[in-house]
Write a protein that binds this ligand. Structure first.
Ligand SMILES: [Zn+2]
Length: 94
């Protein structure tokens, strides 16, 4: 039986069970809602001369409404990233 939940992940190599599930740092819940922060670039600063609106997703814990700190996640030590890269390579070579 195929235990991969997401077929896209299967194509890419890593298995869902190899991934670290992210949880809320406040309550440990693993389900998040997605919202957007909205930003506006004024016409004066815009290269097109027109005001532009950008959205950036934020993930909010469904249990306690704590915002998942993406910046902390991005500061993953390089060694840990390389370890994942090695795993991906190994899977590709199979
Ligand atoms: Zn929470």
């Amino acid at each position: 039986m195929d235990n991969n939940i997401n077929p896209f992940l299967k194509q890419k190599g890593p298995k869902i069970e190899d991934l670290e599930q992210l949880t809320c740092s406040e309550c440990g819940n693993a389900i998040f809602d997605m919202y957007y922060r909205m930003y506006r670039l004024s016409a004066l600063e815009s290269p097109t001369g027109k005001s532009q609106v950008f959205n950036v997703p934020v993930y909010v814990c469904a249990g306690c409404s704590n915002i998942l700190d993406i910046k902390k996640l991005e500061s993953t030590p390089k060694a840990a990233v390389e370890k994942v890269d090695d795993k991906l390579k190994e899977t590709k070579d199979e």
